[in-house]
Design a protein around this ligand. Structure first.
Ligand SMILES: O=P(O)(O)OC[C@H]1O[C@H](O)[C@H](O)[C@@H](O)[C@@H]1O
Length: 553
C-alpha cells in the first residue's frame, strides 16, 4: 500500500478542523440541544442491526463535513476497497488482512499467493462443524468413552481475548452444557486453578496459537499435557483430547498433536482479528455451529454496511472520525468503552488489544516519524459498576474522556425492573456528561436543603459538574450472535479507518517483540544458570538478585 501522498497536518482539511476546534472552544452541547430540536435525530444512524446516537458530541454539521472531508483526503474509500479485496494492506509484513473473508458467505474466490482463501475458509468451517457436532452430540468422547464436560482453551492475545469475549457474550445460547475455561497468562496459578476444576477423562484441550511459538501458550500446553498423561498413562490418548489451531502445523505436530486435529490459521489473518476463524472454536463448542455462523453473519452485515453506506451514515466511519476529532484536535488521551451489559463485560479487554496493538504506532507506513498523535489509550468496564468508581474522574476530572456507551434494548434476563434501571443508569451518565451541573444549579440545590449561606458558598464549587463531555450511545435490540458479530466488526473497521487517517500499519505489532527477546536473556539468570549473560542495567540486575535471594524459581 503506498504511503499517503501528503503530510496530514498540512492538508487544508486538517487546517479547517483546527480552526473549527478554536471556534468550538466556547460552544456548549447543552445549548446546541436547546437551539436545535432536530439534533438528536440528525445525529442518529443505523447499520447491521446497531443504532448509534452520536448527538452528544462537540460537533456541528460543519465539523462533521470537515471530518469527512479529511477522510476523503486520506482516500478512505480506496483504502477500504483495498482492504476488502485483499491487497497487501499490512505493508511491513507484505500481506493482506482478510478477516472479512472469514465471514463472507459468498463463493467468489479471493486468491492469496495462488490459494483460494474462500475455499479454505469453507473447508475449515466444515471441519469445525464435524468436531463441534461430534462433541455436542457426544459421539466424540474422551479416551475412556465418557462425553466431554470441559474445554480448556490455551492461548493469549488475539488467540484468547476474542473467543473469551464472545463465549461469555453468547452464554444465553449455550448448548450441551460444556464448561469452557481460558488459560492465557504464564502464571502457574491460572493453569493450576483451571486444571483443578477439570477431569482428564472428560476435558478437551484447544491449543490456540497462530505462530505456535508463543512462550505462554507453549509452556501452559506442556503443563496441560503432563497433567493429562499423568492420569491417562497413554500418549495415544492425546489424539482424542488435544487439538490445535495454528498456521505452524509442523510445530503442532512436534508437540504431539495429531495432524487431523490441527485446524488451520493463515498469514492473512491477524491474531486480533482471528476470532472468526477456527480460533473461534471455543465459541462454537459453547453455542454450536449455527450460532457461530450467525456471529459471522452479523460481522458480514457490518462489513457490507462499511462498504456500502455513505460516509455520513457509516457507523465505523463516523465513530472513527469522532475519535480523530477528540484525539487530534482536543488532546483526548484515552477513550472509554462502557458496555452496560454483563454479557459484554470483556469487550473493553478485547478492544484494548484490537485498537492499541493496531494503532499504537509512531511511524507512518513509509517509516517516517508521525507528526501527530496516533491511537489513544483504550480502557473501560461494565456499567453501572464504573459509575461507583472511575466515572467520578470522567465527570469532574481535568481530562477529556470521550466514551462509548453500549447497551441492548432488551435483556435475556428480565427480573424486577433491572433492565429499565440499567438503561436509566446508562442514559443518566451520558446526560450528566453532556449537561453537567452549573454553579447556579449547585447553589440552588444546596439552598433548597436549607444550608447556611456560608456553607453553600463553600460547598457549591465542589458540586459543579462541568459537562460538555462527549459520548456515543450504541444500542442493539438484544445481545445475540448477530449483534455481537456486528458490534465487534464495527470496532475492527473503526480501528482500520483511524489507521488510514494516521497513515500507520494497523496490522503489524513489532512493539511487542522486544520484551520477548529480552525475556530470553533474563530467564536463565533467574534460574541461576551460568550463561555468561552480561549484566543488563542496575535496576534489572537488582531485581534479578532479589528474586533469587527469595528462592522465587
Ligand atoms: O496466536 P499466537 O501466535 O500465539 O500469538 C498470540 C499473540 O501474541 C503476540 O505477541 C501478539 O502480540 C498478538 O497479536 C498475538 O495475538
Amino acid at each position: 500500500m503506498p504511503a499517503q501522498p501528503h503530510v496530514l497536518t498540512s492538508t487544508p482539511e486538517w487546517q479547517t478542523l483546527g480552526e473549527l476546534r478554536e471556534r468550538l472552544e466556547t460552544v456548549v452541547m447543552k445549548d446546541l440541544f436547546r437551539d436545535d430540536p432536530g439534533r438528536a435525530k440528525r445525529y442518529f444512524i443505523q447499520g447491521a442491526g446497531l443504532s448509534l446516537d452520536f448527538s452528544k458530541n462537540r460537533i456541528t454539521d460543519g465539523v462533521l463535513d470537515a471530518l469527512l472531508a479529511l477522510a476523503d483526503r486520506c482516500s478512505l474509500a480506496d483504502r477500504r476497497d483495498a482492504l476488502l479485496r485483499g491487497d497487501h494492506v499490512n505493508v511491513t509484513e507484505d500481506r493482506p488482512a482478510l478477516h472479512t473473508a472469514l465471514r463472507n458467505p459468498g463463493n467468489d474466490s479471493i486468491l492469496v499467493n495462488g490459494q483460494d482463501v474462500v475455499a479454505e475458509v469453507q473447508r475449515t468451517l466444515a471441519r469445525m462443524e464435524t468436531l463441534v457436532s461430534g462433541v455436542l452430540d457426544q459421539s466424540r468422547t474422551g479416551y475412556t468413552g465418557k462425553p466431554f464436560t470441559d474445554v480448556v482453551s490455551i492461548g493469549i492475545g488475539g488467540s484468547y481475548l476474542g473467543p473469551k469475549l464472545v463465549g461469555e457474550a453468547l452464554q444465553p445460547y449455550a448448548q450441551g452444557g460444556l464448561r469452557c475455561h481460558y488459560v492465557a497468562n504464564i502464571d502457574g496459578t491460572e493453569i493450576c486453578e483451571t486444571l483443578r476444576q477439570a477431569n482428564p477423562e472428560t476435558t478437551l484441550f484447544l491449543i490456540q496459537s497462530k505462530s505456535f511459538r508463543t512462550q505462554e501458550t507453549l509452556e501452559n500446553s506442556k503443563v496441560a499435557r503432563s497433567w493429562f498423561l499423568k492420569q491417562a498413562q497413554d500418549s495415544e490418548a492425546i489424539s482424542r483430547h488435544f487439538m490445535a489451531v495454528t498456521a505452524n502445523v509442523p510445530a503442532a505436530q512436534d508437540f504431539g498433536i495429531d495432524p487431523d486435529n490441527v485446524f488451520p490459521m493463515w498469514d492473512w489473518v491477524g491474531g486480533r482479528y482471528s476470532l472468526w476463524s477456527a480460533i473461534g472454536l471455543p465459541i462454537a463448542l459453547t453455542v454450536g455451529m449455527d450460532n457461530f455462523r450467525e456471529l459471522l453473519a452479523g460481522a458480514h452485515a457490518m462489513d457490507q454496511h462499511f462498504q456500502d453506506a455513505p460516509a455520513r451514515e457509516n457507523l465505523p466511519v463516523i465513530m472513527a472520525m469522532l475519535g480523530i476529532w477528540y484525539n487530534n484536535f482536543w488532546g483526548a488521551e484515552t477513550h472509554a468503552i462502557l458496555p452496560y451489559d454483563h454479557y459484554l463485560r470483556s469487550l473493553p479487554d478485547h478492544l484494548q488489544q484490537l485498537d492499541m496493538e493496531s494503532n499504537g504506532k509512531s511511524v507512518t507506513q513509509s517509516g517516517e516519524a508521525l507528526g501527530w498523535q496516533s491511537g489513544p489509550v483504550i480502557w473501560g468496564g461494565v456499567g453501572a459498576n464504573g459509575q461507583h468508581a472511575y466515572h467520578q474522574l470522567i465527570h469532574q476530572g481535568t481530562r477529556l474522556i470521550p466514551a462509548d456507551f453500549i447497551i441492548p434494548l432488551t435483556t435475556h434476563n428480565p427480573v424486577a425492573n433491572h433492565h429499565a434501571d440499567l438503561f436509566a443508569n446508562c442514559l443518566s451518565q451520558s446526560r450528566a456528561m453532556m449537561a453537567g451541573k452549573s454553579l447556579d444549579e449547585a447553589t440552588a440545590e444546596l439552598r433548597a436543603e436549607g444550608m447556611p449561606e456560608a456553607e453553600v458558598a463553600r460547598l457549591a464549587p465542589h458540586k459543579v459538574i462541568p459537562g460538555n463531555k462527549p459520548s456515543n450511545t450504541l444500542t442493539m435490540a438484544k445481545v445475540t450472535p448477530h449483534s455481537v458479530g456486528a458490534l465487534i466488526a464495527l470496532y475492527e473497521h473503526r480501528t482500520f479507518v483511524q489507521g488510514v487517517i494516521w497513515d500507520v500499519d494497523s496490522f503489524d505489532q513489532w512493539g511487542v517483540e522486544l520484551g520477548k527477546q529480552l525475556g530470553k536473556g533474563i530467564l536463565p539468570r533467574l534460574l541461576g544458570e551460568d550463561t555468561g549473560q552480561q549484566a543488563s542495567d542496575s535496576s534489572t540486575d537488582q531485581l534479578i538478585a532479589l528474586f533469587r535471594s527469595a528462592g522465587g524459581a
